[in-house]
Write a protein that binds this ligand. Sequence first.
Ligand SMILES: Cc1cc2nc3c(=O)[nH]c(=O)nc-3n(C[C@H](O)[C@H](O)[C@H](O)COP(=O)(O)OP(=O)(O)OC[C@H]3O[C@@H](n4cnc5c(N)ncnc54)[C@H](O)[C@@H]3O)c2cc1C
Length: 272
Amino acid sequence: MKPSLNLIGLYFLFVHCAGPSSSSLANDHETIVIGGGLMGSSTAWQLAKQDQAVLLLEKQDSIYQEGSSYGQARIARSNNRGHDMWSYLHNTAVAETQILVDYLQGVAPDQGYAIDQIYTTNPVTYVGRQAIYDQLLASLLHQEIDYALALTPEEGQAKFDVQLPQGVLMQREYNPLSGTLNPQQLIRYLHRALLYQGQAIRYNTGVENISFNTQLDRYVVHTTDSQTGEKQRLYAKNIVSAAGPYTGRLLKDVAPYFAQLIQPQRVFLAFL
Ligand SMILES: Cc1cc2nc3c(=O)[nH]c(=O)nc-3n(C[C@H](O)[C@H](O)[C@H](O)COP(=O)(O)OP(=O)(O)OC[C@H]3O[C@@H](n4cnc5c(N)ncnc54)[C@H](O)[C@@H]3O)c2cc1C
């Protein structure tokens, strides 16, 4: 059936009255993530996995050279004792990283993606007084991770080449992928996965400030290209600010309370 003139008129009325869509507003994005360090890159990847269209903005070049995530190693450990928060976080992160690696291996099998390029196994050592001996042995009954235990100075010398004082015991355990994390490698993996997934990353793009346009119902992200100096306005329904210590400053016009909420003002993420 051909649409009647009235229906066509209604359609145009609807289009003109409806809020902005990606077709009516140039540079409109579902979600803009600011900052391509560990936090921003991981968040962009998690959103992409949930089928969100993401634009990641990073003021540095594609080679990460400064910021909290710079370097080859960070302590990232779990143990087999109890269910402490750090072990939970580490184990969750390892499981998530495995999903990332599996994805990359699936799309680019010949590129050598492997989780042990990101996590390195290092032993975790516990030293305690003999008073915790019973408690320790009870917990080790359920220990699935390989461990070595020294209960006397002689055993300390023989097993660990360490001079243990009398009355002190030492346990060392070898939890696979618990030890250190290579943040730069993880960032590289995350960016590659985002690009394979069809998401967008803009390097050399520094965000100057963010405002909110109530008429458009969009955040307006003002950027400067660090190489050409070109300024641009980008629009987004959602913003994730993961600019490390600069996050609070970036949000001063849209979420002025943020800087006061988090003390000390170190590294944090903000979802708007
Ligand atoms: C020396 C050191 C040792 C550490 N050791 C450990 C450890 O052993 N274990 C551990 O768990 N944690 C450790 N940390 C902390 C951990 O590294 C950080 O928590 C983590 O890397 C923070 O990541 P991030 O993405 O929040 O910040 P960053 O890595 O700083 O990322 C922020 C990104 O935002 C970009 N950016 C900033 N402003 C803008 C803007 N206006 N526009 C666009 N982009 C912008 C920056 O260029 C940067 O890439 C350590 C940190 C340091 C510095």
